[in-house]
Design a protein around this ligand. Structure first.
Ligand code: AMP
Length: 538
């Protein structure tokens, strides 16, 4: 061993620019992206890395300081990838904005994060303009994804990159400094900011490369359908260049036909996304057999909501190997369920029982399930709250909000309710957060209830998540009218439509004379969820 006080291994900070350096090995590996006009643009990691370095240097020349926030409002494409690699390499923090949020929420998030610079797709300017007046971003750079000139009043992203040094060497950064941030949405109360350190991102990306996780390697072509504004695109924008996997970015075209075309034409071997997106793709592949031949051994990671068993079965019929994953904005890469080698000989029923569970944590992540009396027995029956800890799990929210989301002994409280079986496999059975997850996006039931109760004909209202075959969950509203009033579903929808995006609006309104309450007088949501669990959406 070395002298006392001398480190035995090198102090080598795990920062995301290491991924830029690594991608040099794969300079000729391709990156493909689809433009709004459906054309495909082909480039290489060599070019992406040069432009990312140029972006980093241009941001510094612009006066962007370490840890300043640079936001993106972008689809999945090569320029967004350049931001993933280039913004943190400048020392700034990449803040990806979820383009599905309501403008009011976006304005709040941009202000709360104190974003100084924004990179926005030209095709998303109409969205940005709905909240531009409410934010104090200093510079706005437009990515010309549609090939049209940048409109007056905006700066050009291409000129920004063109002004930078493509050989820029990133400064030495601390591995614990923030590299990126994403906001949780739809939570009770305001959205909360989650920052990721360089180290967290590097280790989470590495965790997706291990053979028992997503096993991403240079033999893969990765079709990234997870929006890059969600949970760091489940870290694929870092994993793919780290592993040297070809990367295919679908731009704004996330419809089943476009994805099936890309999967087939680009011979994708790995993809990932929410069950709703894959449900559409799988239904199309089954409807038109042989039309889009898939690469043998295609793996698809499904996460964000629990995938229905029928989807897992259909995938396997098509020769696709599903990987079921559980993760969160705060947790990046979490719990996964695969068909392990020892399960190959199991009867089908048992295999699917295993695959529909969320599974076991990826290496270096730890999970426990805790009830009021301590860690629950691994009996597959006793529920408790799922808590996790690990090197890439958030240690706090931006500006120290909601500190009680962490336990005094340092675990993150996920708000998911789970059981553990004797083999250590975790299954999510409920959630304590009063939210609805529709097609991978959150809807706040509390916000809908509060809005409904402001309607002059409504006395009381509760909104609950009801299972849905396509969207996994949809909101159903239970409404108690004021005496003598008979509100109609149409007028209530129109009323809510003034404040919320269309996809938030309850698909069904049930009129009742009262809403069940808990002993403390709160709306008994669990009772309502159970009552409408088998609701027929037809
Ligand atoms: P988000 O932070 O928006 O990614 O949402 C994370 C939440 O989505 C988790 O806390 C779960 O409630 C839910 N979720 C994610 N993946 C799964 C899954 N595989 N099964 C069930 N729920 C999931």
């Amino acid at each position: 061993m070395g002298n006392p006080g001398q480190p035995v291994s090198m102090d080598f900070p795990l920062t995301t620019p290491r991924i830029l350096d690594r991608a040099r090995v794969y300079a000729d590996v391709g990156v493909v992206c689809r433009r709004p006009d459906r054309s495909l643009v082909r480039t290489t990691y060599g070019e992406v890395v040069r432009r990312a370095r140029a972006l980093a240097s241009a941001l510094r020349n612009l006066g962007v300081r370490p840890q300043d926030r640079v936001a993106t409002l972008c689809w999945n494409h090569r320029e967004h990838l350049e931001c993933y690699l280039g913004v943190p390499a400048s020392g700034a923090v990449l803040h990806t904005l979820n383009l599905r949020l309501h403008p009011e929420e976006l304005a709040y998030i941009v202000e709360h994060a104190q974003d100084r610079v924004l990179v926005v797709d030209d095709v998303l300017l109409p969205l940005f303009e709905t909240f531009r007046e409410r934010v104090r971003v200093e510079r706005i750079f437009v990515v010309p994804t549609s090939g049209k000139p940048v409109p007056p009043g905006y700066d050009s992203y291409e000129e920004l990159v063109g002004s930078g040094d493509p050989d820029f060497a990133p400064p030495e950064l601390s591995e614990t400094s923030p590299a990126m941030m994403c906001y949780t949405s739809g939570t009770t109360g305001r959205p909360k900011g989650v920052a990721y350190s360089h180290r967290a991102l590097v280790l989470a990306a590495l965790a997706t490369l291990v053979a028992d996780s997503f096993a991403i390697s240079c033999a893969d072509t990765v079709l990234a359908t997870v929006p890059m504004f969600h949970v760091a695109g489940w870290v694929l924008p870092f994993s793919a260049p780290l592993a040297g996997a070809r990367l295919v970015l679908p731009g704004p075209h996330l419809d089943p036909r476009s994805l099936a075309e890309l999967l087939s034409a680009e011979r994708a071997t790995f993809s990932a996304g929410v069950p709703t997106v894959w449900l559409g793709v799988v239904q199309l592949l089954e409807r038109e057999p042989g039309r889009w031949p898939l690469a043998p051994g295609l793996r698809v990671a499904l996460g964000g909501s629990a995938p229905p068993e029928a989807l897992l079965r259909a995938m396997r019929r098509l020769g696709i190997r599903p990987v079921h994953g559980w993760g969160m904005t705060e947790v990046l890469v979490g719990i996964q369920s695969h068909l392990r080698p020892w399960m190959e000989g199991w009867p089908e029923e048992r295999q699917y029982e295993a695959l529909t569970k969320q599974g076991t944590p990826v290496p270096l992540l730890e999970a426990r399930v805790v009830s009021e009396v301590g860690e629950v027995a691994p009996d597959g029956r006793t529920p408790g709250e799922l808590q996790v800890r690990g090197p890439w799990v958030a240690a706090g929210y931006h500006r120290g909000e909601a500190p009680d989301s962490w336990t005094p002994d340092g675990w993150f409280r996920t708000g998911d309710v789970a059981v553990v079986d004797p083999a250590g496999q975790i299954r999510i059975v409920d959630r304590t957060k009063d939210l609805i997850k529709s097609g991978g996006e959150w809807i706040s039931s509390v916000d809908l209830e509060n809005a409904l109760m402001a309607h002059p004909k409504v006395q009381e209202a509760a909104v609950v998540a009801v299972p849905h075959p396509q969207w996994m969950e949809r909101p159903l509203a239970v409404v108690v009218p004021r005496p003598g009033q008979t509100p109609t579903p149409e007028e209530l929808r129109a009323f809510l439509g003034q404040r919320f995006p269309k996809w938030w609006l309850p698909d069904a309104f049930v009129f009742a004379t009262e809403i069940p309450k808990t002993s403390t007088g709160k709306l008994a949501k669990a009772v309502l969820r159970e009552r409408y669990r088998t609701w027929s959406w037809r």
